[in-house]
Ligand binder design. Structure first.
Ligand SMILES: [Fe+2]
Length: 339
């Protein structure tokens, strides 16, 4: 039996432990090094023995390096998931991802996401496993969400100063969307993303000159083109933000219509997100029910009549039904109290 302790540049170290004297190629090392930002280990597919482990895995699982190298994979994988792991391994895939539990040295179950990849090291079938703690992923997601909130709040504050009319419209649409999604039984995680999309769906109006937004008469075709450009402008503005939901896509799609008559791309229903279709319905309802610089509020009944006439043609049928239920109920109130 032989054991190597191989120093790598920077801080990570890999140790290879192999009964037959197999050794790692430089390429294998490079790949493993790439793997080693989080806990990683490698095992021999035939014996399932752990043959390599990095510092992060030693810290994460709580074994010493020597103890770790005496384990086999079945001692790390929670027994409830062992059949599923074996099933994956039976086809010798180049790579597979799994959400499962691993057991650490104290016997605690750790919820992890693993990326298990075949490596070609000498003549051995070695597999390297990159481990991500699912709770830590959740923490990262929450941190990303807080950052997103901060960015969007800043943009919305700027918008409130420049264009309070659109700001109010967005909050009213978001309130209606929230109630519609509840009515439609959409799961909370998906709903949250759609409500965020609704809250900023007209953010691209920042690109439209104020004189046009507040113009009281009929707009020229050129000015109309500028207004219609707001959904693409909003997409361009938000696209670069790393958001956990497809907010930019909802923004660019909120004026698309099921029959392809919308803009900017004339997409049909199956090419758009559910969130975009829900926002489109709430946007239409709120816009018709509200005062505009160029016209008085049209009222609740004409708004609902327009949606009913376009139900299943221009507007998502289920979203229209939810909108009717919400508007006609006595429970729903727009946040500013004006219906
Ligand atoms: Fe819009």
């Amino acid at each position: 039996m032989s054991t190597w302790l191989v120093p790598l540049p920077q801080t990570r170290r890999w140790q290879m432990h192999d009964q037959s004297g197999a050794h790692l190629t430089d390429e294998g090392f490079a790949l493993l090094f790439e793997f080693s930002r989080g806990p990683s280990f490698a095992y021999d597919l035939k014996t399932l023995r752990i043959v390599m482990v990095n510092d992060a895995a030693i810290a994460y699982y709580g074994y010493s390096r020597e103890e770790f190298l005496k384990l086999d994979l079945s001692e790390i994988v929670d027994s409830a998931f062992w059949d599923a792991v074996q099933l994956q391994l039976s086809s010798k895939p180049l790579l597979f991802n799994m959400d499962l539990s691993h057991t650490d040295s104290a016997g605690r179950k750790r919820q992890v996401h693993t990326i298990d990849r075949a490596l070609s090291i000498a003549s051995h079938e070695i597999r390297a496993v990159q481990v991500q703690d699912l709770n830590e992923i959740d923490d990262l997601r929450q941190a990303a969400r807080r950052q997103l909130d901060a960015v969007l709040n800043t943009v919305l504050s700027m918008m409130r100063m420049r264009d309070p009319f659109t700001d109010r419209h967005q909050f009213r649409v978001a309130a209606l969307v929230t109630a519609m999604l509840r009515e439609m039984g959409i799961p909370s995680e998906e709903s949250t993303g759609i409500v965020v999309g609704a809250t900023v769906h007209d953010i691209g109006k920042q690109s439209v000159p104020s004189e046009i937004l507040s113009f009281a008469g009929r707009l020229s075709p050129a000015a109309m083109e500028l207004v219609r450009g707001h959904s693409q402008a909003g997409f361009d503005l938000i696209e670069a933000i790393d958001a956990p939901w497809p907010i930019a896509q909802m923004i660019v799609e909120h004026h698309e219509r099921l029959d392809g008559s919308g803009y900017p791309h004339g997409l049909r229903s199956d090419a758009t997100l559910l969130g975009s279709r829900v926002i489109a319905v709430a946007d239409t309802a709120e816009a018709m029910m509200s005062h505009r610089p160029y016209r008085a509020a049209l009222g609740q009944e004409p708004a609902l009549a327009e949606l009913d006439a376009g139900r299943g043609l221009r507007y998502d049928d289920e979203a229209v039904t939810a909108c009717f239920t919400v508007i006609r109920s006595n429970d729903f109130h727009f946040p500013d109290g004006v219906l």
